[in-house]
Ligand binder design. Structure first.
Ligand SMILES: [Zn+2]
Ligand SMILES: [Zn+2]
Length: 390
């Protein structure tokens, strides 16, 4: 067996499954997670915890204090566990009995699992708070689509008194029992760009007097690829969307390009921006054409702290006996706002194989991951808050 689930967690399988399915059935978007947040707050109140609502617009948090007396400065630790609550504007295309009932909205990134896992973890830890220090359970809105829910929660003080921050994400295609942790980064800088090449259109039979933007766009795509070609640096530039007219016998007026840039540090990010600007300026001169470049900075890198990473791996290795993958995830993740301010660790836990990954309309999870997630949180809490080993 690739996982070992403590009996105290196993006993909650039905409960966590029910919560997960309920949340999956009723996904909500961005900050409009009112129903989800209401459910979360009520569940935490029923545990007897003091709950803060409306933090970061629709976020929820609650603190659980351990019952073992504090005997040193380092044992008065507050560790934060975070789950994101929002879904995606995707029409679900599965046959699950608990398929989304909200048209055009789907939990296709597993955030429903994150919420269910953290709620039941809070319950189990509340039943036996035999640790020092405290745990802050944080449920945030608006992680997807660069809506920066984490930042809104920080502005409202969610990190006050917090020493360390932890988060999980379900991962596919990773088997149950496999996990991914990189000892430096949990995600990459995730930026976007849009370019508008504005020429002069006209009838294809008489190109004189026109200025064709298509060769310019082609040269630009090649030149963008070249930015990384001669640098031994791990950044990527992809032009993923090219749009122009679809008239076969006309020279179009403009071509629009859109794409993504992924990098690991601000030096690479700024280098890419500088080179893209230079290329656009050069092409403007070369082709006597107008080019508009818009670069939008997305989420920064999630930074995994060495000490937090130690506790993260120690806990997950007590639960999972599959493969540990170590590559840097090429996703964007707004947990970065937390790890920019506090030491933390971001872990990906396998939620099953299959060809339909995250953000796919056919995405689904193996519900065994719910037990893995709870076991991880409970184990991490007990290990971390019963130790003076920094
Ligand atoms: Zn996502
Ligand atoms: Zn996600």
């Amino acid at each position: 067996m690739a996982i070992r689930i403590p009996q105290e967690v196993q006993d909650f399988y039905e409960e966590v499954q029910n919560i997960y399915r309920k949340l999956h059935r009723e996904p909500e978007l961005e900050y409009n997670v009112h129903k989800t947040a209401g459910f979360v707050a009520q569940y935490l109140k029923d545990l007897g915890l003091e709950v803060t609502e409306g933090i970061g617009k629709t976020g929820v948090s609650a603190v659980l204090k351990g019952i073992i007396p504090i005997d040193s400065q380092s044992s008065n630790l507050c560790i934060m566990f975070r789950a994101d609550m929002d879904a995606l504007p995707i029409e679900e295309d599965t046959n699950l009995p608990y398929k989304s009932i909200n048209p055009g909205c789907m939990h296709a990134c597993g955030h429903d699992a994150h919420v269910a896992i953290l709620l039941v973890s809070a319950k189990i830890l509340t039943m036996s708070p035999d640790f020092q220090g405290s745990i802050k359970f944080v449920f945030q809105p608006a992680e997807e689509n660069l809506k920066k829910g984490a930042l809104e929660m920080i502005k409202d003080g969610v990190l006050d008194g917090v020493d360390e921050v932890y988060a999980i994400h379900v991962g596919k295609p990773l088997k149950i029992g496999d996990y991914l942790f990189n000892n430096r980064f949990g995600s990459v800088n995730n930026d976007h760009f849009a370019v508008n090449v504005v020429g002069k259109g006209g009838h294809g039979s008489c190109p004189e007097g026109t200025n064709d933007p298509i060769p310019v766009a082609a040269a630009m795509i090649q030149a963008f690829c070249g930015i990384s070609a001669n640098r031994q640096r791990p950044f990527r530039i992809q032009t993923n969307i090219v749009r122009t007219s679809d008239t076969y016998n006309a020279i179009p007026t403009s071509v629009k390009l859109k794409g993504a840039v992924r990098s690991l540090d601000s030096e690479d990010r700024e280098f890419v921006i500088k080179r893209m600007n230079e290329i656009c300026l050069g092409l403007e001169v070369a082709y006597d054409i107008t080019i508009e470049l818009e670069f939008k900075r997305g989420y920064g890198t999630v930074k995994n702290n060495k000490n937090c990473g130690f506790w993260c791996l120690r806990a997950i290795r007590q639960i999972c006996f599959g493969t540990q993958f170590e590559q840097i995830l090429q996703i964007g993740e707004d947990f970065s706002y937390f790890t920019d301010r506090k030491p933390g660790a971001y872990l990906l836990i396998g939620c099953g194989e299959g060809e339909h990954g995250m953000h796919n309309s056919k995405f689904f999870i193996d519900e065994q991951v719910l037990l893995v997630g709870i076991s991880y949180w409970v184990t991490l809490a007990k290990n971390r808050l019963n130790s003076d080993n920094y």
